[in-house]
Design a protein around this ligand. Sequence first.
Ligand SMILES: [Zn+2]
Length: 274
Amino acid sequence: MRGGGAIPPTPTLPRKGGGSKGRSASARPPFSSSPSSTSPSPLAGEGRGGGNPAAAAPTCPACRKPPSLCVCAAIAPIATRAELVILQHPQEQDHALGTAFLAHRQFKNSRLVVGLSWPSLAAALARPSAEPRRWGVLYLGPLKPAGPLRVLSVVDAHGAPLADQDHFLAALDGVVLLDGSWSQAKALWWRNPWLLKLRRLVLAPPRPSLYGALRKEPRGDSVSTIEAAAYCLAALADDAALAERALAPLRLLLARNGAAAPARRPDRRRHVHR
Ligand SMILES: [Zn+2]
């Protein structure tokens, strides 16, 4: 989602022509419904999942991590006024160190949907109607708001911060995040033109990603999906401590990953959010 630097090869999209109905992963409780919708990849830890059953490995049903990386002990769902909706590219489901599902588990008022396109915000929310101007989407691109950096800014189509930030942020019902590599997130952006109707949000993370050296990030402001969610919702709640609580599962995941066999290194794809 952050621009600049090399763009990885365009992924092969599993469906042509768009129109895939987003598969909802998320009716709460988050992991009890339709196991086929976002069932964990048998290839967790192998980079892109291809569905090779021979490589099937057990994953924890509650956090969708391999047993050695289970972070359930750190999950403590947080209630927020603002809603979180994560649109996940279908090819992004399979990473051992992915964080979208953890973000979904960690925020009570959240929804994780997998797909390439939805006809409208309401469709992505699975509601009869929704007011796009009361929602924000984390902006895809290199634009940085001018002036003093806030953790979360509302910008116009040219990246300029709107005049009354507090007013616009307070008016938001929720935030949409795109989960995938840079190119996958870009594909989601272009396949869902209704995103242009949402308020554009720019995140200036208060510190570098906790992934640190695990991820080769060309820029210091790329963060994982759970970090983006935590900083957005903390900013909307004006509660910086909320972000710290929200990131507990990520800290545990990284600690467990560090303790695991070297073979479980993440792939080196450049990621925007995962
Ligand atoms: Zn678990």
